[in-house]
Ligand binder design. Structure first.
Ligand SMILES: [Zn+2]
Length: 331
């Protein structure tokens, strides 16, 4: 234990009083505030750090309306310091400066038809509602082409469902008109094709036609089988291997060779868009360019290509489309 002298006590007292005086003067002249620094720049002084911080966080995390997310250009830093009591804090100004450094990304939902954006709404629910409402009111083919895509923008957008429905209805009318026009055009083309087909088919009846081989019908035109992916495009006449094949009418040979599932194939063009095909042949006698008639032997029956036994696959085509040979032969 040490005993202080009177002198020491006196010195300590003076020091303490001095400290108190400085503190009081400091507190009278200055006050503690927070300097807010954003991206390296002091933007102002605030008194209520807690309040500003929470207001700013609320703003950043605001998911109201159609805000996708908010990103601040650097996070604000708060430094405690003493400033003159004469200086005013500007909490509100600082907060708005902090907010203006934030980039907001908005999110909308676009309704697309055939990949084209036709309307925008604020929520996915609204977009789905509109699509649901459209179903049954538009052609099924168009329904299949409806879609929803999410779009992002930094420009504030807040589209209403009403405006979306209005623009969708406009599109709907347009699309329906287009669709009906397209259907009408298709029907017109189909009618023309049918007329052409009928005219050409009529010409087959006018031709001198004869059966190409004698035999047994083993598969009819249009029949379905596990060996084929679609309906039969010709008529199968089963007969012995090597039997001579004669064309159904006079014409010009336009093909004589192998061709995929047909095997060895001869094609004869009879004019007026009419052609006949002779498939699965064992031997080919005709050459491309040959003029043939119902007495010419153009090939012999075989089982080449997609075939399970010797037969002639006879196909008659009008303007490229197969017709039923039994309208004319093997009736
Ligand atoms: Zn066949």
């Amino acid at each position: 234990m040490k005993y202080y002298t009177k002198e020491v006590f006196k010195t300590m007292k003076i020091a303490l009083i001095g400290f108190l005086v400085i503190t009081i003067i400091t507190l009278i002249k200055f006050k503690p505030v927070y300097a807010v620094t954003l991206a390296g720049e002091t933007i102002g002084y605030i008194a209520d750090k807690e309040n500003i911080e929470s207001e700013f966080n609320n703003y950043i995390n605001d998911k109201d309306s159609n805000i996708a997310f908010r990103v601040s250009d650097g996070l604000p830093e708060y430094d405690l310091m003493l400033v003159s009591r004469k200086d005013n804090e500007t909490d509100e100004e600082v907060l708005s400066a902090m907010k203006s450094a934030v980039v907001t990304t908005y999110q909308t939902y676009a309704i697309t038809i055939d990949g084209e954006v036709k309307a925008q709404v604020s929520s996915e629910e609204e977009a789905m509602q509109i699509i649901e409402e459209m179903k049954g009111t538009i052609p099924a083919e168009l329904e299949m082409k409806l879609g929803i895509v999410t779009e992002y923008s930094n420009i504030p957008v807040n589209p209403t469902k009403e405006s979306a429905v209005a623009s969708i209805n406009e599109v709907k009318v347009q699309k329906e008109t287009d669709y009906n026009n397209q259907k009408a055009e298709e029907a017109k083309q189909a009618a023309i094709a049918t007329t052409t087909q009928v005219a050409a088919t009529g010409k087959i009846a006018d031709m001198q036609i004869a059966i190409p081989v004698k035999g047994i019908i083993s598969s009819r035109y249009g029949s379905r089988s596990s060996r084929r992916s679609s309906a039969h495009t010709g008529l199968d006449i089963a007969t012995s291997q090597g039997t001579g094949i004669r064309p159904i009418a006079s014409g010009t040979v336009t093909y004589s060779g192998e061709k995929g599932t047909y095997g060895n194939l001869v094609i004869v063009n009879h004019g007026n868009g009419i052609e006949s095909y002779y498939a699965h042949c064992s031997k080919l006698y005709a050459n491309v360019g040959d003029t043939v008639d119902t007495n010419s032997t153009i090939a012999s029956v075989g089982s080449t290509g997609n075939s399970t036994g010797p037969h002639l696959h006879l196909e008659i085509r009008v303007n490229g489309s197969p017709v039923n040979p039994q309208q004319y032969l093997y009736k």
